[in-house]
Design a protein around this ligand. Structure first.
Ligand SMILES: [Fe+2]
Length: 382
């Protein structure tokens, strides 16, 4: 059985018209469309929801939605399965995500990774020639998740997710997990992400794919399973500040009862549309991917790259904690952000930072803090 998995996929204002008009050859090229049809199954992460039902939820982050007419540009891909476990498929709340599932259903396209409280975590099973492959999809908590009381996305939950993967493996020959999480625009996993995804492999997933990061990351073979930390986009046309979003992987999974063999093709996005990479582009991009992947053999590498990321995020983290008062912004502007540390550590001494750390590190304090923040910001609570 041959399966191709595409990464994050959303019509945006830059491509919407071509989606309405069904300009598939412009959006993807004929070569890419023909390539996709050589597989038994095509899976994409639909990181969006269709307009027409529901209301925008309260959230921090982009509010992606698309007119239902965009379906005309999706159908030529002949998707076999749409993954909705992501931070945008429920941007229009309960009614919105169910509407999106319904519209795909009318076109004969099943979805996985979102739905009613009873259905959100339900896997989807692909079957061909006597081989059963279970597809399990979950996402980090970013506002869109289902609860016992509302429809939404299947959230990654260590108290549930690992058991669900084990249960799926018990009734399938192979399991593929699609995990929506990780560090945006960063090519390496965090230590926590690596632990979680390795655990999924130990629970029976022969392939674990991490989406959401919008760039190609790295991969490792762990206890016989392949883990891809960052697939990159399929087609997600938004302005970017760097070239990270230029390339994305098309993951080819050759599945037998015994194993999942994984290989990669590369698609590139010269502007707002995509095409298969040329042989030379592909060679260079995959070479860099394999170079990063080799680094993972060093147990310290992930921690080292994560420390680099924490340093990179230092100013943003200070801003998040300090708030964005006019005075704080004016001070940073006048000092050209060179004295942010002075302000921050004057306002937040060690005692205050330890207090904050304790509130986030301790399970019960964190649960209480989350409830307070949801209550205070008007986010619908569990
Ligand atoms: Fe995402």
């Amino acid at each position: 059985m041959r399966i191709v998995i595409g990464g994050d996929f959303a019509p945006t204002e830059f491509t919407e018209k071509d989606f309405w008009l069904g300009n598939a050859e412009k959006l993807y090229t004929r070569e890419l469309l023909d390539y996709l049809q050589t597989f038994d199954f095509r899976i994409f992460d639909f990181e969006c929801c269709f307009d027409g039902a529901g209301e925008p939820i309260r959230k921090h982050g982009p509010m992606l939605t698309a007119p239902a007419a965009c379906m005309a540009g999706i159908l030529p891909l002949h998707p076999s399965l749409m993954v909705l476990a992501n931070n945008h498929s429920a941007n229009l709340g309960t009614a919105g995500v169910l509407h999106t599932i319904e519209l795909f259903g009318e076109q004969g396209i099943p979805c996985v990774g979102a739905g009613t409280p009873e259905e959100a975590s339900r896997p989807f099973i692909l079957e061909k020639d006597g081989i059963r492959v279970g597809i399990y999809a979950c996402a980090e908590h970013e506002f869109t998740y289902a609860t016992e009381a509302r429809a939404g996305v299947n959230a990654y939950d260590p108290l549930r997710t690992f058991d669900e993967i084990r249960d799926l493996k018990a009734v399938c020959d192979q399991v593929i997990v699609i995990y929506h999480g990780g560090i945006l625009d960063w090519r390496y996993p965090s230590p926590g992400e690596q632990r979680a995804l390795r655990k999924m492999a130990d629970c029976g997933a022969g392939l674990v794919v991490c989406q959401h990061t919008h760039c190609i990351g790295c991969r490792e073979v762990y206890h016989g399973s392949t883990i891809v930390y960052g697939q990159g986009d399929f087609l997600f046309a938004r302005p970017t500040r760097n070239d990270l979003r230029y390339s994305g992987l098309l993951l080819e999974a050759e599945v037998s009862k015994e194993e999942i063999r994984v290989s990669c093709r590369v698609r590139v996005k010269p502007k707002d549309t995509i095409r298969l990479a040329s042989p030379e582009e592909e060679r260079q991009i995959l070479q860099a991917f394999e170079d990063r992947s080799r680094e993972l053999a060093d147990e310290e590498a992930v921690r080292r790259h994560f420390r680099e990321y924490v340093d990179f995020r230092r100013p943003q983290n200070m801003d998040t904690i300090a708030g964005r008062s006019l005075l704080y912004k004016a001070y940073n502007k006048v000092t050209r952000h060179r004295r942010r540390d002075d302000w921050f550590f004057r306002e937040y001494g060690t005692d205050q930072l330890l207090r904050l750390l304790n509130f986030i590190d301790c399970e019960t304090h964190r649960e209480t803090l989350l409830a307070f923040l949801k209550q205070s910001s008007g986010v619908e609570d569990d």
